[in-house]
Design a binder for this molecule. Structure first.
Ligand SMILES: Nc1ncnc2c1ncn2[C@@H]1O[C@H](COP(=O)(O)OP(=O)(O)OP(=O)(O)O)[C@@H](O)[C@H]1O
Ligand SMILES: [Mg+2]
Length: 354
């Protein structure tokens, strides 16, 4: 393989607002192919949004990180937008994340974040509106903060109707200047054919490098568990009054709610601020309505998150509001919950290993 340079890469945490994200100083040697350097030069000639597209294990994230790093070194204010809630680089699983690194993120592992958006699951497949909302909100933040280059890393979900819908509409929403398409045998050509009908998008086609590892489902699962475990390290049990937040839950959990919330143990929660950005995650650890055991009259109308759950699940379902004074017990590393305005229930569960 042609090499521009063999560079030593170090893991660092930059920009994290969360003490749970810790630096890992792990040295990695990554050979940089000539094709990557050429690609960056082409992108730098027309800076803007760079959209990574490819099936799983094609090297999207590794190349995205390189492009981000080169962009910062070239002097562009640069954002890394991680639209993968599963094998994510930025933020814990179940979230999308955005980071404006102050130094080149020449790493293969942990990065911090500036903004997170909770999806509630580790795949976007059943959460397309939430994913679209998150990507747009994070992109707006990057632009507001002066990013000239925004590298958007994505999941490997590119096949079938869902893969097409997700990627086509995400590209529609973001209007990237560049699509970096990494494919083995034309897996994303159907998406490229559709988007290149539009104007102004430069498509760069690459093949995956030989060095790219194919990861088993078990390895992927282990990665997510490790990321969660790191995130929840040192978390404490805190109480959130349901009077102080909008409690947002998907329909499959309404039955659990009627059953005094028993079925919600271990579910991951998004703790969102007034702008509906995710300040942190929690884990449902209990429900306490001791302060006012009298239930409110039924039925009430479910608070239903248009941006969070598929339209197919839209029916407005009666449910009983939790009694005034009810509190949710949440295990979270967040210490200050005063800014939390939304409590979003995710479908993913996690058990913290003490
Ligand atoms: N240039 C490279 N040299 C060595 N290893 C690499 C290189 N590119 C990727 N890898 C390794 O291959 C694996 C997959 O790469 P990467 O995570 O970048 O793929 P991806 O397309 O983002 O995958 P996913 O769709 O699951 O997010 C990782 O273990 C990564 O460290
Ligand atoms: Mg990736």
């Amino acid at each position: 393989m042609l090499r521009d340079a063999d560079i030593s890469l170090f893991n660092t945490v930059t920009g994290s607002k969360d003490p749970g994200a810790e630096a890992l100083m792990q040295k990695v040697d990554l050979p940089i192919p000539e094709a990557w350097s050429l690609l960056f030069r082409e992108i730098a000639a027309c800076p803007g949004c760079v959209f990574m597209l490819g099936a799983s294990d094609t090297g999207k994230s590794t190349l995205a990180r390189f492009l981000c790093s080169q962009s910062i070194e070239a002097g562009f204010r640069t954002a890394f937008l991680d639209a993968d809630p599963g094998q994510s680089i930025i933020g814990p699983p179940t979230t999308l994340g955005m980071l404006l690194p102050s130094a080149p993120p020449q790493t293969t592992e942990r990065l911090g974040w500036d903004y997170l958006y909770f999806i509630g699951a580790t795949s976007p497949a059943n959460h397309l509106p939430a994913t679209a909302a998150g990507v747009v909100k994070l992109m707006r933040k990057a632009e507001e903060q002066g990013a000239r280059m925004v590298v958007v890393d994505t999941t490997g979900l590119v096949t079938g109707a869902t893969g097409f819908e997700l990627k086509f509409h995400k590209i529609e929403l973001l209007h990237p200047q560049h699509i970096v398409a990494i494919q083995r045998a034309g897996e994303v050509e159907h998406i490229l054919t559709a988007v290149q009908a539009g104007k102004g998008i430069k498509i760069h086609r690459l093949s995956p490098l030989r060095e790219v590892n194919i990861r088993s489902p078990e390895t992927r699962q282990a990665y997510r568990q490790q990321r969660f475990q790191e995130y929840f390290q040192g978390c404490a049990c805190r109480r959130i009054s349901l009077d102080a937040v909008a409690f947002i839950l998907p329909e499959p959990f309404l039955a659990a709610v009627e059953g005094q919330y028993e079925g919600l143990q271990g579910h991951v929660l998004g703790l969102n601020d007034a702008d509906c950005f995710t300040r942190g995650l929690g884990i449902w650890a209990g429900f306490d309505q001791q302060r006012n055991p009298e239930p409110k009259p039924k039925p009430k109308v479910a608070l239903w998150p248009v941006a969070l759950w598929p339209v197919a699940l839209w029916p407005v379902t009666p449910w009983s509001e939790p009694p005034s004074g009810s509190e949710v017990m949440v295990r979270t590393p967040l210490k200050d919950l005063s800014d939390i305005r939304y409590l979003l229930l995710g479908e993913t569960t996690f058990t913290v290993i003490e």
